[in-house]
Design a protein around this ligand. Structure first.
Ligand code: ADP
Length: 259
């Protein structure tokens, strides 16, 4: 399948107010995508639609060709790390891994334990006594134990300090490089994602402002403004802070307006 996630005319409103409007999006298989935008731009709403926690009020979102809010078969292949993931605080990481195996037949407890050991998480300490960064690592290990084909993460590093953020993203990238899992990772802090992601979705006020492979965005941008592009707005919302495009790699550092 070429595209893991596809949205067309996707809209969602809370009461009379549209949180997402007419969103079109195609996330190719195997990409590590950043979903970026200021607070309130609709990132959580989009992710919740993609995991079937919400039903759209317009259009559709398909994951592996299925609408997750109507057909739950796709959910088995989706890993989700929610914002402020409520890892059960009274249970240890080891207990959580064992509990997951009881409710999920595809559960890979060995993979989860390896990830936890690599991240230096004490297996027998209640999650409530771990640091925020360690709890995020537990949530990631539990999501990966499902062996998902698509991993969605909602602001997983927003509340972490810079070192914990870096460690989390490094272990995420290491995990998905081995498994080939497609990732959609939301953040309002773009600097976190600059070296990690190869696909970009920029949301602004509930609309997709910019989407595409980083190399394509960089190439198009370079055609427009030439090799000097610091501080150039690329769509009125995102601003290129730094862009580099070589035969082997493209990196794009952009910032979005807003908090
Ligand atoms: P983000 O994740 O980018 O911060 P959200 O998807 O959480 O954005 O929110 C998008 C918009 O929808 C915001 O204006 C937010 O206030 C509003 N919103 C989100 N959830 C609800 C809700 N349950 N009820 C009413 N409004 C909501």
């Amino acid at each position: 399948m070429e595209h893991v996630l596809e949205a067309e005319g996707l809209g969602k409103r809370y009461g009379a107010r549209w949180a997402l409007r007419d969103c079109a999006l195609r996330l190719p298989t195997g990409r590590i995508a950043a979903l970026v935008g200021p607070n309130g731009s609709g990132k959580t709403t989009l992710l919740h639609l993609a995991v079937g926690l919400l039903r759209p009020d317009a259009g559709a979102v398909r994951v592996f060709g299925e609408t997750p809010y109507e057909n739950t078969t796709a959910l088995a292949d989706i890993g989700f790390v929610a914002q402020n993931t409520p890892v059960y605080r009274d249970f240890t990481a080891d207990e959580l891994v064992r509990m997951g195996g009881k409710v999920n037949r595809r559960w890979d407890a060995t993979l989860a334990r390896t990830r936890l050991a690599q991240a230096g998480i004490p297996p027998h300490t209640p999650a409530g006594k771990l640091s925020g960064g360690q709890r995020a690592q537990v949530a990631l290990a539990l999501a990966l134990a499902k062996r998902p084909r698509l991993l969605l993460l909602d602001e997983p590093v927003a509340s972490l300090d810079p070192l914990a953020r870096r460690e989390f993203l490094q272990s995420l990238m290491g995990s998905v490089a081995e498994s080939g899992t497609t990732v959609l990772l939301s953040s309002h802090i773009l600097a976190d994602l600059e070296r990690s992601c190869d696909f970009l979705v920029v949301l602004q006020a509930g609309q997709v402002h910019l989407t595409g492979a980083v190399e394509d965005i960089v190439a198009a941008h370079q055609q427009l403004v030439g090799p000097r592009h610091h501080g150039e707005p690329i769509d009125g919302v995102a601003t290129v802070v730094r862009a580099r495009h070589t035969d082997r790699q493209s990196t794009l550092v952009v910032r979005t307006d807003g908090p």
